[in-house]
Design a protein around this ligand. Structure first.
Ligand code: ATP
Ligand code: MG
Length: 671
């Protein structure tokens, strides 16, 4: 590894795991990056004392802390009387109060005289290379009118409090407007990423008993039109609860509309007066259902409610992204994922931020698309995913070099662990070594960021999500549920309720209890492994299901992958265990590389490289080169399917969330 130092010489073995099954850790990262004095001076949280004070208050007097936070940061139509009613595993927050997330995101700013500030800068995909770019901006006042119109339209279609609305739309402002319109009237949105198949849509519609679908005629993707409405029509044949389908015109293509069921947005929404006020709603009114990425299995319909989620999204946004008055903030996620919910819509808009929203792909019309957008819109804060960073590295620095990125002052990462070498590239090439990187660890279930550097004060270590945010009390436990010496890895749990926590899996109380609350009494089980180093920094070691057990040593996938990725010719790596008679499990690595030939010599070199970096025990037994790794539609490596490939098994389990089946089929063929 060019700059990270390995803890042991190649002949040494990592420390042995203990009987209760903690995780060995073999990768040592000792680079440390401090925020600049200039950044710290202007930061929202600028001293360690400030953080300590918040964290201590939230841990020791959570009621008092969250009462003050909620009163200051949300609008209350009626005050709450109980801060947190915690009957494990069920929590209710701000009981008795009435608020509205749509009000907090939109109306609150208009009421405060900030209605003419820009809420959304929308950048569409260019229809054709060379044609004028499709762009729009919406002020908070304009957004208020649009959201009210949509809420009026939804009401006319018979939607009210508690009704579920499935949203399957391109990344246009109307997607955010539809979400906020649901929130305005107490309807529950269920956003389905607009790349899913008809069967996946129908499954989600049925699981949530959706009453309405909102979609568009189509969407633009890399210059092509995807016929969304056609897919929806197919889904609706098997969605018996859906009564109406509201269709936005985006591409202008002819689409089949079913009389009585389907209506146009421009007929039902655009003609409305746009005056409907936000409805005062009980704090615990369901706000949305969102199905997880499906990295580990069949997606779960995670339920979030109004007040607690809204507060968590807003405060975590302000803390982590160090939001300042005139910032242009860009989160590159899709609203089909939790990152889009919390950090394109609810967090930034509640905080009054100017949010850039982008419809298209990162490599259309060319691989410099993101940097072109950053330059033209003078983006200050960029929040993206490791899968994107790895793609940028692969595409080459020349695409970045063409643009002036000097407006950037803060970078974020989410979705997967970021390999230290990818972190270093992000830091140097995009951040010009001056932008702090916030590696944010969280989940659909947690509603918002749980662990992250606070950019003004936390020195960062590549690959670590550093420390918990105020109100997050992590603990690391072994197989038996006992707290472990956290320097060894173990299962990551959260031991105190927090406002943004999930309220359930929609319609499946049993799975909710079994999945998150059964292993360790009264603690939320995250499903990830982690360790905490002597500086109190957390390192996510991958998913519990992905641990590899080699001769009794339990190894984390990300560490072996990071060692592989640190080789200059490796772009991406995924590592899984496969059955081995002798060692229990052998290590199988799947690697994508640049131009290097895929021969035995390179294989041998990579094995030795890993051995040198992190030790003999972690040396992969098999190395397979592949053009692409199987990923979820949100861009995460799907190791569970690679386990089947490595073992030469038939694929078992749900493949509906797989981005591209062909990459997997190819791997199987090569077997
Ligand atoms: P499913 O639960 O259906 O398997 P998923 O876990 O991929 O899908 P999400 O809620 O989108 O669904 O992802 C959360 C998970 O992503 C975390 O549990 C963790 O494994 C991973 N993750 C997210 N951010 C980070 C990060 N900064 N570092 C390491 N891992 C991360
Ligand atoms: Mg998960």
């Amino acid at each position: 590894m060019p700059t990270a130092s390995a803890s042991e010489s190649s002949s040494n073995q990592p420390e042995s795991s203990n009987a209760s099954g903690s995780i060995d850790h073999v990768l040592v990262e000792d680079r440390l990056f401090h925020p600049s004095a200039e950044f710290t001076a202007k930061a929202v949280i600028s001293t360690e004392e400030q953080y300590e004070k918040l964290a201590t208050a939230a841990r020791e007097n959570p009621d008092e802390f969250w009462r003050a936070e909620a009163l200051e940061h949300l609008h209350w139509f009626e005050p709450f009387d109980t801060v947190c009613d915690w009957q494990p595993p069920h929590a209710k927050w701000f009981v008795g109060g009435k608020t509205n997330a749509s009000y907090n995101c939109v109306d609150a700013h208009v009421a405060a005289g900030r209605g003419d500030r820009t809420a959304i800068i929308w950048e569409g995909e260019p229809v054709e290379d060379g044609k004028p770019r499709d762009q729009r901006t919406l002020t908070f006042a304009e957004l208020q009118t649009e959201v009210a119109k949509c809420a009026e339209g939804l009401t006319q279609l018979g939607i009210g409090v508690g009704d579920v609305v499935s949203i399957y739309m391109p990344m246009t402002p109307e997607l955010a407007i539809a979400m906020l319109a649901c929130a305005r009237i107490g309807a529950v949105h269920s956003v389905i990423f607009a790349g899913f198949s008809a069967a996946s849509i129908a499954e989600r519609n049925n699981d949530a008993s959706a009453k309405l679908m909102i979609t568009s005629d189509g969407l633009y993707r890399r210059g092509k039109i995807l016929p969304l409405k056609e897919t929806v029509n197919e889904a609706l044949e098997n969605s018996s609860t859906v009564e109406h389908c509201l269709v936005l015109r985006r591409t202008g293509e002819e689409v089949p509309m079913q009389e009585g069921r389907d209506v146009w947005w421009h007929d039902v929404v655009d003609s409305q007066p746009g005056e409907m006020a936000a409805k005062p709603l009980d704090s615990e009114t369901p706000l949305f259902i969102l199905y997880t990425s499906g990295s580990t299995g069949k997606p779960k319909g995670i339920l979030h409610t109004t007040a607690g989620y809204n507060l968590w999204a807003k405060r975590t946004f302000q803390w982590v992204f160090d939001h300042r008055e005139d910032d242009v903030y860009w989160c590159t996620a899709d609203c089909g994922w939790i990152t889009g919910h919390s950090y394109i819509v609810y967090g930034p808009l509640s905080a009054g931020a100017t949010c850039l929203m982008y419809e298209g792909a990162p490599n259309f019309p060319a691989e410099d698309r993101f940097w072109d957008i950053v330059e033209r819109h003078k983006v200050n804060i960029l929040y993206t995913a490791p899968t994107a960073v790895r793609a940028f590295i692969k595409w080459g620095d020349e695409h970045v070099d063409k643009h002036d990125l000097s407006s950037l002052r803060l970078l974020g990462s989410v979705g997967e662990g970021i390999n230290p070498e990818a972190w270093m590239w992000y830091h140097k090439k995009i951040g010009a070594e001056k932008c702090p990187i916030v590696d944010t660890w969280w989940q659909t279930e947690t509603g918002g960021i749980m662990m992250s550097p606070l950019p003004g004060i936390t020195p960062t270590k590549p690959g670590s999500c550093t420390r918990p945010l105020p109100g997050v009390v992590p603990s690391i436990v072994d197989e038996l549920g006992n707290s472990v010496d956290s320097e060894h890895g173990g299962k990551l749990c959260i031991s105190q309720p927090w406002p943004g926590m999930l309220r359930g899996i929609y319609g499946d109380e049993e799975r909710f209890v079994e999945q998150y609350w059964s292993d360790v009494p009264n603690k939320y089980l995250t499903g990830d492994n982690a360790r905490c180093d002597t500086d109190g920094y957390y390192w996510i070691m991958g998913r519990i299901d992905d641990v590899i057990n080699v001769s009794g040593h339990r190894l984390s996938t990300i560490e072996v992958e990071s060692a592989l990725v640190s080789h200059p010719d490796v772009c991406e790596a995924a590592v899984v265990g496969r059955p081995d008679d002798c060692k229990g499990q052998a290590i199988a690595a799947f690697v994508t590389s640049n131009d290097r030939g895929h021969d035995d010599e390179f294989r041998k070199e990579l094995k030795l490289h890993v051995r040198k970096e992190i030790g003999a025990l972690a040396q992969p037994d098999d190395i397979r080169f592949t053009a692409a790794l199987p990923k979820t539609r949100s861009g995460k490596i799907m190791r569970r399917l690679l386990r089947d490939v490595a073992a030469g098994r038939e694929l078992v389990g749900d493949t509906s969330t797989l981005e591209d089946l062909s990459s997997l089929a190819k791997l199987q063929e090569e077997d």
